[in-house]
Design a protein around this ligand. Structure first.
Ligand SMILES: Nc1nc2c(ncn2[C@@H]2O[C@H](COP(=O)(O)OP(=O)(O)OP(=O)(O)O)[C@@H](O)[C@H]2O)c(=O)[nH]1
Ligand SMILES: [Mg+2]
Length: 455
């Protein structure tokens, strides 16, 4: 992930270059905030964090960037913290937004150096506040609160001065309160009826294979789903039309991680329900991603999980994302044997680059299939590999010809893959492949029509 890459390259670049940029205020709405970002590379990119801050309702009035390796104490180093403090004082900003993750002790140290009442938002807290504002369903609200408390807990634990007895006591009470609430939320969430899960379990009874598409944001999950889906009509997973860094697009991207879409697809003749899941947001810790992974837990109930990874990432990033994805699956009880890895966007790579990505992915993940969804390269192989893993049985049945037989044949087309139908003078012989449960139901139907001796 990019944070790690920053730290690695930081060992070679150790200088302090500062730039500040005054933001012409476009709107007077919103709480005034200062953006701060430390990076080991120039130029220091702040476009995304600015969009996130606006999405969270802040008005960015100033920006401070620093090229330096991370300071373990205050993230920025003491000189920079002093000038940040001055700037906050001078601009009357009440919020400091930091593009990066702060440890609990960095948060406390930094707070001690800034004007009183300055609210510090690191990247995670900022994203959580956007989720909180957007969570529309009861489930999403509970999930957001849970994630916020998990974020806050270690910070409350490090916060107070342990020498002051009364504060320590007070801290103890607060910590206990938060722990109790976390336990309460977890059990509430577990008890909450999940309409999506109920829907899927019903569909499975009807004979649908269930495929879940998961992976990091921007890997191409929704695009893949569109390509596979029978019905290509637009829905909520559609990209925001004017993508270009608008606040709406950022909100859209974040909010989408709380939603899922299920579409019907036909893979090698079999009816499949494909579910688009959580896009793991880059640079968010994986406990946070997990807090929102409603559907990932349902992925454990899916027949196959297609892990979509972006092959145009550099090898290290690709590895890291695959590692995190697999560990999230593992934590949710998805069996490795049910994972198929689609290494997407090979159209952006040379053959040699593609080979190195495949090798890297194969060292971590099962069944790696390089594909380009937009150019439709190798999608048949992907479908084949998925279908190979679906629970399958084959059966041949015969029935007396007639209307009833015809309705069984049409039922078969809807629920399984029909390999052949032969219409004889007196009998219809049908060979089909599908879920064992479906073949079982097929037998029941054939019996009611009246079986006919195929010979
Ligand atoms: N070059 C290239 N771009 C692709 C390919 N597949 C998808 N993309 C692009 O990658 C971007 C992200 O695709 P999405 O399908 O929205 O990604 P996603 O995984 O659903 O992302 P989230 O919903 O944010 O989690 C879009 O701009 C796609 O057009 C591909 O095979 N090649
Ligand atoms: Mg998507």
């Amino acid at each position: 992930m990019s944070r790690q890459t920053d730290q690695q390259s930081a060992q070679t670049t150790e200088h302090d270059a500062t730039t500040t940029k005054r933001e012409p205020s476009r709107t007077d709405d919103g709480i005034p905030a200062i953006i701060a970002k430390r990076s080991s590379e120039t130029p220091v990119e702040t476009e995304e964090i600015r969009a996130l801050a606006s999405a969270a309702g802040y008005r960015v009035i100033d920006e401070v960037t620093q090229v330096r390796r991370e300071d373990p104490g205050t993230h920025f180093g003491s000189g920079k913290v002093d000038s940040l403090s001055d700037r906050i004082e001078a601009t009357d900003a009440s919020v400091l937004v930091i593009d990066g993750g702060l440890t609990p002790s960095q948060t406390t140290n930094l707070r001690d150096c800034l004007p009183d009442e300055t609210e510090i938002f690191d990247r995670y807290r900022l994203v959580l506040s956007i989720f909180a504002a957007q969570a529309g369903t009861r489930r999403a609200q509970l999930q957001v609160e849970l994630a916020q408390l998990k974020y806050a807990l270690p910070r409350i634990e490090t916060e107070s001065d342990p020498q002051a007895m009364n504060i320590a006591l007070e801290k103890g009470t607060r910590v206990k309160g938060v722990r109790d609430r976390i336990a309460e939320l977890e059990s509430k969430l577990a008890d909450l009826p999940n309409p999506a899960a109920q829907y899927r379990s019903r569909r499975r009874e009807q004979g649908f294979d269930l495929v879940t598409v998961a992976g990091y944001t921007n890997a191409g999950k929704s695009t893949l789903l569109h390509r596979l889906a029978d019905d290509l009509s637009l829905d909520s997973t559609e990209r925001h039309p004017d993508e270009a860094n608008s606040v709406a697009a950022v909100e859209d991207r974040l909010f989408k991680t709380l939603q899922t879409t299920t579409r019907r697809a036909t893979l090698e003749g079999r009816p499949v329900l494909a579910t688009d899941t959580v896009g793991f947001v880059d640079d968010l810790p994986h406990w946070l991603v997990e807090s929102f992974s409603t559907t990932i837990s349902e992925a454990a109930a899916a027949d196959i999980v297609v892990l979509v990874a972006d092959a145009s990432d550099d090898v290290e990033t690709l590895r890291e994302k695959i590692r995190v994805s697999l560990s999230v699956f593992d934590a949710q009880g998805v069996e490795t044997q049910n994972v198929v890895t689609a290494l997407n966007k090979t159209d952006l790579l040379t053959d040699a680059e593609c080979e190195s990505r495949v090798a890297a992915a194969e060292s971590l993940a099962p069944r790696v299939v390089p594909v380009s969804v937009v150019e439709e390269t190798n999608l048949e192989t992907l479908v084949e590999v998925v279908c190979d893993r679906l629970p399958t049985a084959t059966e041949t049945v015969s029935m007396s010809t007639g209307d009833e037989a015809m309705s069984v044949v049409s039922w078969a087309y809807d629920h399984a893959r029909v390999e052949s139908v032969e219409y004889g003078a007196e009998t219809v012989t049908l060979t089909l492949q599908g879920r064992p449960e479906i073949l079982e139901r097929m037998r029941g139907k054939v019996e009611s029509v009246g079986e006919s001796d195929p010979g």
